[in-house]
Design a binder for this molecule. Sequence first.
Ligand SMILES: *[C@@H]1O[C@H](CO)[C@@H](O)[C@H](O)[C@H]1NC(C)=O
Ligand SMILES: *[C@@H]1O[C@H](CO)[C@@H](O)[C@H](O)[C@H]1NC(C)=O
Ligand SMILES: *[C@@H]1O[C@H](CO)[C@@H](O)[C@H](O)[C@H]1NC(C)=O
Length: 333
Amino acid sequence: MCRRALWLLCAGLLFSASLGCYQCFVDVEESLRLCWGHILTEYNVRNVDACFQMLDRIFNNNQSVIEAGRVGKGYDQQLKEILDAEILSVVEEFSNQLNNDSVYEERLQTAADNFIAAASKLPRVSGCVPPCGVQSEGAVYNCITCQFDSCEFPLDCPVTEMNVTQYSSSRMWCQVPFQLPRDLEVIWRFAEKVKTQQVDQFKEVTVGVDRLYSIPSTRLQNQGTYQCEIFSGQRSIVRLYYYLAVTPQVVAGHTELQETFDLSLLPGGRLLPAPGGPPPQPPLLPSPLLLAACLTAVLLLLFLSLGTLYFLTVPERESDCEEQAHGDEGLAS
Ligand SMILES: *[C@@H]1O[C@H](CO)[C@@H](O)[C@H](O)[C@H]1NC(C)=O
Ligand SMILES: *[C@@H]1O[C@H](CO)[C@@H](O)[C@H](O)[C@H]1NC(C)=O
Ligand SMILES: *[C@@H]1O[C@H](CO)[C@@H](O)[C@H](O)[C@H]1NC(C)=O
């Protein structure tokens, strides 16, 4: 029993020195069972340490094995199953019998080859979303650290520029395209006037869970850089930056006129609808009043023509006076 404990300790020490896919997934108990009957041919003695060194060489320190283990997020369990299955079959094969080191070497090498072949077929897409933020578990599995690599992006995101006119509203979102932990704290900071990413230039504005920073009526003194930092626990996850440039309203009016003029010079002279503005109106119909006036004029013209025609066709004996009356009747009816 004491000896067994010593072995466990020994194995623990041996494996902690160098990690690898084998170390990540196969427990020491199983390794001891595997190495129990390992014979060093040179001295014809049973030697477990030499067996562990062999395991290290074939599995843990071999670049091809480590490379095969670089699977995408969520596939580490399958990686473990593949390796377990390989090792278990060797353990069962060698169970309670002595084998010399060349037999071990050959059998373990085959197991490693099988592992590489199967593991290489597992998906290895990285879940990293550039360009910034601490995205733990985003990258592929790492058999050297026995965990998923972090994506190794910088904490600071590039500055996003925003132009707003004086007195209009501004909204900034502290949003990232990757998944965040549940417990979050958001700190908004502001560096007046300047466009910067230097930490010491910022003054804290709000602390809480609010991901939206909104200015209902933007003033000239709101110009500057806004930084939002997301924390989970005490750990900073990402820092976003917005540089807000505020255009005074007088100047803005002038610019708009210039833009309208430029646009009207385009072929067709069509004005692009202002973004966020009202939807384009359908072409205007003539007003009912105008329609009525038009119709009346047409009818008037028609009756006048009919009257003239009648005047030309009636017999000559009728007096001018009578004809005039007829014409008037025609007009009146
Ligand atoms: C190892 O064992 C195998 C099978 O028992 C045997 O054929 C081989 O000769 C041995 N090798 C050495 C170096 O003793
Ligand atoms: C690593 O393992 C592969 C496959 O098992 C083998 O072909 C290769 O020679 C090994 N590399 C080293 C440096 O031992
Ligand atoms: C904001 O305005 C500046 C200067 O007029 C211009 O260079 C910049 O491209 C604008 N940025 C955006 C996002 O519209």
